[in-house]
Design a protein around this ligand. Structure first.
Ligand SMILES: [Zn+2]
Length: 131
């Protein structure tokens, strides 16, 4: 664990600012609310702004190799986020991360340790880590 990592600085700053949402119950419900706001911002990019469209079809996993499967998978997003939508989604993701750090703090978990562990698993298992 790196003491001065960005994650640690962020988690410490979050911890210092927790006044209204100190209870785990408030944190859990604010985390869900912020998750919904991220999803809402993305949906509004499609339905209100129109800078992106979602064109979803069945994914094909029937390929000879994992690499070919990976290359054939689509994210189903067409277009690019406009600056307004990009900023809104970034803002909502930042707010969501605040509550992730807040949850870690309440449970005495270290966000940097969690990300480091996940990163190590990704480096070790690569494409197999999420199967
Ligand atoms: Zn837009």
């Amino acid at each position: 664990m790196e003491k001065d990592s960005l994650c640690n600085k962020f988690q410490n700053a979050v911890s210092d600012t927790q006044l209204r949402h100190k209870s785990i119950l408030d944190i859990l419900t604010k985390l869900e609310e912020s998750n919904a706001r991220v999803n809402r911002a993305i949906v509004k990019s499609v339905t209100s702004c129109g800078c992106i469209e979602i064109n979803a079809t069945k994914q094909c996993y029937n390929k000879p190799s994992l690499q070919e499967v990976k290359e054939s998978l689509k994210n189903h997003i067409e277009g690019e986020l406009c600056e307004t939508c990009r900023e809104k989604i970034q803002e909502e993701l930042g707010n969501h991360m605040y509550y992730v750090a807040s949850l870690c703090d309440a449970l005495e978990l270290n966000l940097d340790d969690i990300i480091s562990k996940e990163f190590d698993e990704l480096k070790t298992l690569g494409i197999y880590s999420l199967l």
